[in-house]
Design a protein around this ligand. Structure first.
Ligand SMILES: [Zn+2]
Length: 509
């Protein structure tokens, strides 16, 4: 009786299991996997921006490869730094300024929100793109001019050894957007100081002679830059309580830096900064690449563009392991004469040897654009796409934007934020734009999130094609592979996050 009962029970379980499997397969046929069901869910939301934002905020996004440490904090963060540092806000044109604040035209930043909410609000507008209307009351004539002039208005706070608070703000936003990794353009003060040294030395176009003069001073400057970053990271960790083991959120965001050169400065300044940037990347694993910043249409930047590319070529030959991600083609028809639109991306790739291009907006105006696109596809030169930044600075969006052109050519593309504080955006909003303005679907966005780690400058072999590929739990061989590759470790985290996200969104029925 007992035996018979158990047999019946087991038979029932067997039948139930079989029926369940058959039923499950029949139901799941149109969208068999959590990934496919997640993609179907995305498609059902595509005309509901609020629902889509909710979906995209939770979606794992990999890395933000084009992010400026100075441009990431919101104006409110800079006002808080200004209050902590005893800085002032100028009136009637709001900007942050050094003290004393008790004189005409300057009021203390400390307590401003409570004392004068109207001035506080106008200061936020002046330090960002918030409420910007071209040519409005006291406003800049264009989004381009307003955007770049904000940097001067918060410079007093940003330049005051505030890398720690800026880093904390960057990590906080990345964590909120489910971004695992940030490559931030961040210069310790030593980079600026060394630029001034180079400027004072004068310039003769003799790269080797210039380097010979600078070289003896570089090791001490590298040490100074590293010490500054040690202190900044410790400050950010204290702020965010990262000493506690396994503290989730901002402390789990991996940040690496790109040292940068300022292209609007004279050649002696640019060369010295560049020489130190290469040396710093070689010496400190937290620095993974070199970049070039300032408005690309600045008169000095335009006049010296090819000179700067040759400087990169010269130094890259002496530091072959240092990778370059260069702002190039952040221009649009009408902003400059056509000749300036015709060669910047090509020289960044062919002469400087850039592994990634920042923006690349004017690709369709480049001479020999088709051949250049083919080369970038062949050599896996990725383009960092900043949709909001390109809209507010250049007025380029929708089908004027070359994102589809790059994708059709097979050039790798990734979404990034550029200056999320200045633009008053977040990474989720960039994914939302890619979906609603560029027509990208879930699979496209997922591929870009994966590429944002594949084309990161993190060292180590890729997870792609490795012993770990396609695994849900690491085998011993996979575990030892991961231990040797910082890049694969972050890629592994992304795959785990995608699996969890898709189980949550597409796995429940
Ligand atoms: Zn940028």
């Amino acid at each position: 009786m007992t035996m018979g009962g158990r047999k019946l029970h087991m038979l029932a379980i067997g039948l139930g299991l079989a029926a369940g499997l058959a039923g499950g397969q029949a139901l799941a046929a149109p969208a068999a996997t959590p990934e496919a069901r997640t993609a179907a869910r995305f498609d059902s939301l595509v005309h509901d921006r609020a629902q889509l934002r909710l979906f995209l905020r939770a979606m794992p996004k990999g890395g933000d490869l084009h992010n400026h440490l100075w441009g990431a904090p919101y104006a409110e963060d800079f006002l808080a730094m200004a209050a902590d540092d005893g800085l002032c806000v100028t009136v009637p044109r709001p900007a942050l300024a050094e003290g004393p604040c008790d004189m005409a035209g300057k009021v203390p930043a400390k307590g401003l929100a409570q004392r004068d909410p109207d001035l506080y609000a106008r200061t936020i507008d002046a330090l960002s793109m918030r409420n910007f209307t071209p040519g409005g009351d006291g406003a800049a004539a264009s989004g381009h001019d307003q955007f770049f002039s904000t940097f001067d208005r918060f410079a007093a706070a940003a330049a005051r050894n505030n890398i720690g608070p800026m880093l904390a703000a960057t990590r906080e936003m990345a964590a909120g957007d489910h971004v695992l990794y940030v490559e931030s353009s961040a210069n310790p003060e030593a980079l600026h100081a060394f630029g001034l040294v180079g400027q004072d030395l004068g310039w003769t176009d003799d790269f080797a002679a210039a380097l010979a003069v600078l070289q003896p001073r570089i090791p001490a400057m590298v040490a100074q830059a590293r010490a500054e970053m040690d202190a900044a990271e410790a400050q950010a960790d204290r702020r965010q309580g990262c000493a506690k083991p396994a503290k989730a959120g901002p402390c789990q965001v991996a940040v690496r830096y790109q040292a940068f050169v300022q292209r609007a400065q004279p050649p002696g300044f640019v060369f010295a900064q560049m020489a130190l940037a290469f040396a710093l990347v070689e010496a400190d694993p937290r620095f993974v690449g070199v970049n070039i910043v300032n408005p690309e249409d600045n008169p000095t930047a335009l006049a010296d563009y090819s000179l700067h590319m040759r400087m990169f070529q010269f130094l890259a030959a002496r530091h072959p392991t240092v990778k370059l991600a260069l702002h190039a083609g952040e221009l649009a028809p009408g902003l400059t004469p056509p000749r300036d639109l015709s060669f910047h991306i090509r020289e960044a790739v062919e002469i400087a040897g850039a592994r990634r291009i920042g923006h690349g907006v004017d690709i369709a105006s480049e001479a020999g654009a088709s051949a250049l696109l083919a080369r970038m596809a062949r050599d896996h030169v990725a383009v960092e796409i900043n949709l909001t930044s390109n809209d507010v600075i250049l007025g380029v969006k929708g089908s004027d934007h070359p994102l589809a052109l790059y994708r059709q050519a097979g050039v790798p593309v990734v979404l990034s934020t550029d200056d999320e504080g200045v633009s008053r955006i977040d990474m989720t909003g960039e994914y939302l734009r890619a979906a609603t303005e560029q027509g990208l679907r879930y699979g496209d966005l997922k591929a870009m999130a994966r590429d944002s780690l594949e084309y990161s400058f993190l060292p180590g072999a890729s997870l792609r094609g490795s012993v770990c590929a396609g695994r849900e739990a690491p085998s011993p061989a996979c575990a030892s592979f991961l231990a040797g590759s910082p890049k694969a470790q972050v890629q592994w985290r992304l795959e785990q996050d995608f699996a969890a996200f898709e189980r949550g969104v597409g796995g429940e029925r």
